[in-house]
Design a binder for this molecule. Structure first.
Ligand code: NOJ
Length: 663
């Protein structure tokens, strides 16, 4: 869609071919090399070690892309080297993990998916693209379209949940949002469908673990959102860290050549995941880095992210006849094609406008979009006796939980350019409603650590010294609002868990409060489904509020006070027990699917927990009620059936309902 006319496609192809002809083998391989630019570019240029080597390679034209480089001044400085100091002046493509926003953050992708609102999701990606593009970036490593049925895996926060159908629709919305209708605009980014493939099926939910799935799961569950991304015009793919059915995805020719490039006719390029070429040695699949480069290049990985394998080894491998030069040409061609489409050859600095950077980033319209998306992402899980919405006047409200005043956790794990403490907290959001008496007590912290790159986060606090203060506040309140869940970095990459309860002493805190006041609204902030049996049994109102980004507290307050009637539906099943995982709605029947007679043993079930999830995929309540009547199906052709239903709001609130049809 972005190549608006055939002539322009032909034009790009001709330019790519003309350029390829001028390039040496090393320069072509250079296009296939991506470095991270994670150093202080505004200070003196670093010397020694890898950093110095990177500059040297950059000047020789041995770098095709940089990631982790942002800000107009920084990007311009590096781009200038590529343009002015290399022999051919080929511009760099600048990638970054713009996952759910740049500085103004939207909800984490799993939360956005709970909106089932494709227009809003597309808009959120558009905003992310516009803001990031104003900071010099032109390529995002998103959307992650890995289907997952395993809440133990920390990266479920980054995907669209368990369903290949919803996941495909959301993949399309995100790709279209990031890329817009014209990739050469300075407000759009090239998108990247990742991680190809199977990463969401890591055995036992353990990060980076082996994946072994059959053809049915691969074709019917894992592939569809990737195919949908191609239909939407996605320009890049990222392969994945995991082994798939015996071969690491990065070295997997079946995935990258047979399926992606040949069968699906993908003409963009594939970037490796960080170090995933080199990691094939640890997998036991390659002897060393050189062997890994050979396997990856032959398998169709076009760009090496931070393995230093292509830049150091590929030329020799070609000369020795172990990698066909046609594969190098093919990879360079694909990368150059996307650079032309981005308009980087016309103007390599088109994303580098200081004035625009100042004006665009953090603008009010982005905050409005983020708030809108955040409200739509909230799922009401329980609301006994209509405890919610809260009254706006005359109530004594106790607000409890460290996450209630946390201005960082709502930013989630992929916070990119958002600074710590920039999210609106629940406390702040609720303080904007002044008709009630609001008292806050922390009760307990969640974990000891707060940073992304340390392991402290898994050490949850055992400190109960603040319990008494919280109990005192709760005792005299009409309603207690408790904000509990995971710290922002407790889900995401590298954050697998075997238990899915509330981390730390939060459960103890909740149960202690429940002893003194049962009128509790539990607001959950988390990046994955949790096990909530006790909560479902005892707590009258439960609100799933995920990690909602910059406007988190405002969105939650508006829902609690009824200014927005929750409309979200779960994109992933919430199990009753970790032992049920993998659990998902579109399971196959067994030969013994149902209880044949009371007390019988030999049917497909557990002794201790029922088969169903606690809250299923597609579940979510509203302050109002809906009635469905008059379901009709009409066969339109041998391929189309039209289905309609009358939907009536039978309650007292204006509301929005996601009508779902399962076949
Ligand atoms: C590793 C992650 O798996 C991938 O999703 C991300 O894009 C890269 N790191 C770059 O940050």
């Amino acid at each position: 869609e972005f190549s608006s006319s055939i002539t322009s496609v032909v034009d790009v192809e001709q330019k790519v071919e003309a350029l390829l002809k001028q390039m040496t083998l090393e320069e072509k391989i250079g296009q296939m090399n991506q470095y991270s630019g994670f150093w202080d570019l505004t200070g003196p240029a670093p010397t020694g070690g890898n950093a110095a080597k990177k500059y040297e390679h950059l000047r020789k034209g041995y770098v095709g892309s940089m990631l982790n480089l942002r800000g107009v001044e920084n990007v311009r400085k590096i781009q200038k080297i590529a343009i002015e100091e290399t022999r051919l002046g080929i511009p760099l493509i600048i990638g970054f993990d713009v996952i759910h926003g740049y500085e103004t953050l939207s909800p984490i992708p799993l939360a956005e998916s709970a909106s089932w609102d494709l227009e809003a999701i597309k808009k959120s990606a558009e905003v992310a693209a516009e803001e990031a593009a104003a900071a010099g970036i032109n390529w995002t490593f998103a959307p992650m379209v890995d289907i997952s049925r395993d809440a133990r895996w920390g990266r479920v926060m980054e995907g669209a949940g368990e369903d290949p159908y919803l996941g495909s629709k959301i993949a399309i919305a995100r790709v279209q949002g990031f890329q817009g209708s014209d990739l050469s605009q300075h407000t759009t980014l090239a998108a990247c469908a990742k991680h190809f493939a199977g990463y969401g099926f890591s055995e036992s939910g353990r990060e980076y673990n082996t994946v072994d799935v059959g053809t049915s799961t691969l074709n019917n569950i894992i592939f569809p959102p990737f195919q949908a991304s191609i239909d939407a015009g996605v320009r890049t793919f990222m392969n994945s860290f995991n082994e798939l059915n015996g071969i690491p995805a990065t070295g997997n020719r079946y995935l990258q050549r047979d399926i992606l490039k040949n069968k699906w006719k993908f003409d963009g390029f594939v970037v490796s995941d960080w170090g995933s070429i080199e990691e094939m040695t640890a997998h036991g699949h390659a002897k060393d880095n050189k062997h890994a480069a050979e396997i990856a290049a032959n398998a169709g990985s076009d760009m090496d992210m931070e393995s230093y394998a292509y830049v150091n080894e590929l030329a020799a491998l070609v000369r020795e006849g172990n990698v066909n030069e046609a594969y190098i040409d093919d990879a360079a061609r694909r990368i150059l094609r996307v650079k032309f489409e981005l308009g980087l050859f016309e103007d390599p600095y088109k994303y580098c406008d200081e004035q625009r950077e100042k004006e665009i980033i953090g603008q009010q319209a982005f905050h409005d979009a983020s708030l809108d998306m955040a409200k739509k992402s909230i799922v009401l899980l329980k609301n006994k006796n209509q405890l919610l919405p809260l009254k706006k006047q005359g109530q004594k409200i106790a607000l409890i939980g460290a996450l209630a005043s946390d201005k960082t956790s709502p930013l989630g794990n992929w916070r990119i350019a958002a600074k710590d403490n920039t999210a609106v907290s629940v406390l702040e959001g609720m303080q904007a409603y002044t008709g009630n008496q609001l008292t806050y007590a922390k009760g307990a912290d969640v974990s000891l650590g707060k940073t992304q790159f340390t392991e402290e986060l898994k050490i949850n606090t055992t400190d109960r010294s603040e319990f008494p203060k919280a109990l005192a506040v709760a005792k005299t309140a009409d309603v207690v609002v408790m904000v509990l869940g995971e710290v922002g970095y407790q889900s995401g990459e590298g954050r697998s868990r075997t238990e899915l309860g509330l981390p730390g002493v939060q459960q103890d805190l909740l149960e202690a409060i429940y002893e003194v006041n049962k009128n509790i609204v539990l607001v959950l902030n988390n990046g994955r489904p949790l096990v909530l049996n006790w909560h479902n049994e005892h707590i009258p109102a439960i609100v799933e509020a995920w990690q909602l980004g910059t406007q988190s507290g405002n969105a939650i307050a508006q829902v609690l006070y009824g200014d927005y009637n929750p409309s979200g539906k779960l994109p992933m099943s919430f199990p009753r027990a970790v032992g049920q995982i993998p659990i998902y709605y579109n399971y196959k029947n067994t030969g013994r699917p149902t209880l044949p007679a009371p007390g019988r043993v030999f049917w497909s079930h557990y002794q201790d927990v029922e088969n169903t999830p606690l809250y299923s995929f597609g579940y979510g309540l509203s302050y109002t009620s809906f009635e469905y009547t008059n379901l009709q199906a009409e066969v339109l052709s041998d391929k189309e059936v039209s289905v309609s239903v009358m939907l009536k709001n039978t309650g007292k609130f204006t509301g929005k309902e996601v009508v779902q049809l399962y076949i």
